[in-house]
Design a protein around this ligand. Structure first.
Ligand SMILES: *[C@@H]1O[C@H](CO)[C@@H](O)[C@H](O)[C@H]1NC(C)=O
Ligand SMILES: *[C@@H]1O[C@H](CO)[C@@H](O)[C@H](O)[C@H]1NC(C)=O
Ligand SMILES: *[C@@H]1O[C@H](CO)[C@@H](O)[C@H](O)[C@H]1NC(C)=O
Ligand SMILES: *[C@@H]1O[C@H](CO)[C@@H](O)[C@H](O)[C@H]1NC(C)=O
Length: 335
């Protein structure tokens, strides 16, 4: 009798758990507008439940940053790996004499936040294409073109994805190479007349550059050197505006939602161990409390839509070269 009761309880528990999972899956699909064929639904649900468990475990243990569901939760690893699209090539440092190397004489403020600056264009979505490098290159150029001329408006990432032969379209690239390409080409073209489409087509298209007039020219660009130096990066942020950089994206990072991201596994010794381009737009410090020390952070812009992370942004530990973010900052000036 006792044995039957035990078996029955197990069956009920399993049924309740799978009912719970089914409900979570249904509300997830609704929230993120997912519509799978019934055949595909089984596999998608399996991916989702795997992430659900990882998110629960992380949020139980980690007080500094939280994970949550987003559009990636039901994707396969092959699909999210497409987003690790940065291929940094050997750093070519332009000499200090061409034309100027800046020295900051102003004191550093306690925080900088360009997120609401009128020269920063809205966060975009690179979609299923490894074009993060183009978004990073264009975000900084848009800002600096606006800062210099007052003219704000989108510049074209698609033109880089389609035309830039120094990079690899949806297969990845390096934002400084993109600036070099634009410098040689004559500049970046208007984003309204050459809009982004690779997020849904998932491939780079054919180059239509001939028919597009240049809207912003590259005057100068360089790496922030020597590196890694968080103080120097703060100084360049103040002088030049948002700074692209490259990071190593770990699996957990895809589901970041809030807090200051850090992961011991993301402190890496090889500076080339990076796979994603992002843009640093500010810094600050979470004040200390009686139970925890102060946490310095960077405010960083991603290109995975405003629905990802914190309105499209994330916070990450500052001063420890987390995920190599302090090894690859660069700046661009519009001509
Ligand atoms: C889901 O997709 C199917 C076929 O692609 C379509 O018939 C159906 O209307 C879609 N449902 C929703 C809620 O979008
Ligand atoms: C792009 O073109 C639109 C429409 O022609 C124009 O309003 C806008 O100012 C242009 N943007 C830039 C950055 O030149
Ligand atoms: C386009 O895609 C292919 C791979 O499919 C890649 O080799 C190529 O470099 C890409 N970029 C350009 C600008 O053609
Ligand atoms: C980092 O840069 C700052 C500002 O230029 C400089 O004062 C400091 O000495 C540098 N630190 C290191 C370790 O190079």
């Amino acid at each position: 009798m006792k044995l039957y009761l035990a078996i029955l309880l197990v069956i009920v528990a399993v049924a309740v758990a799978s009912k719970e999972e089914e409900d979570l899956w249904k509300s997830y699909k609704k929230k993120f507008n997912k519509n799978h064929s019934s055949k595909e639904d089984v596999n998608r649900k399996r991916n989702f439940i795997k992430r659900q468990k990882a998110i629960e475990a992380h949020n139980r243990d980690n007080k500094e940053w939280k994970m949550g569901h987003n559009k990636f939760s039901d994707m396969t690893e092959e699909e999210t790996n497409v987003l690790r699209g940065t291929k940094m090539v050997k750093r070519r440092v332009k000499s200090a004499s061409e034309p100027i190397y800046p020295v900051n004489e102003r004191p550093l403020p306690t925080y900088i936040d360009y997120r609401s600056n009128r020269c920063l264009q809205p966060v975009e979505d690179q979609g299923e294409c490894g074009s993060c490098w183009a978004f990073a290159a264009i975000t900084a150029l848009e800002f600096n073109h606006c800062k210099k001329t007052g003219a704000r408006g989108p510049l074209s990432e698609q033109m880089l994805v389609d035309c830039d032969t120094y990079n690899f379209g949806c297969n990845g690239g390096d934002f400084t190479q993109a600036w070099q390409y634009l410098e040689n080409y004559g500049g970046a073209v208007n984003g309204t007349s050459y809009p982004y489409v690779s997020g849904t087509t998932q491939t780079n298209g054919t180059c239509k550059s001939g028919s597009n007039a240049v809207a912003a020219r590259v005057g100068y660009y360089n790496w922030v050197i020597p590196y890694p130096n968080a103080t120097l990066i703060m100084s360049y942020l103040q002088m030049e505006g948002p700074l692209p950089s490259a990071i190593k994206v770990l699996d957990s990072f895809f589901y970041y939602t809030s807090g200051v991201y850090s992961d011991p596994a993301c402190i890496v010794s090889d500076e080339y161990d990076v796979n994603h381009a992002v843009v640093i737009v500010g810094y600050g410090t979470v004040p200390s409390t009686t139970t925890s020390p102060a946490i310095p952070y960077w405010i960083v812009r991603n290109s995975w839509s405003t629905g990802w992370g914190n309105g499209g942004y994330f916070f990450i530990r500052r001063g420890v070269n987390m995920c190599n973010i302090e090894s690859w900052t660069a700046f661009v000036r519009a001509a």
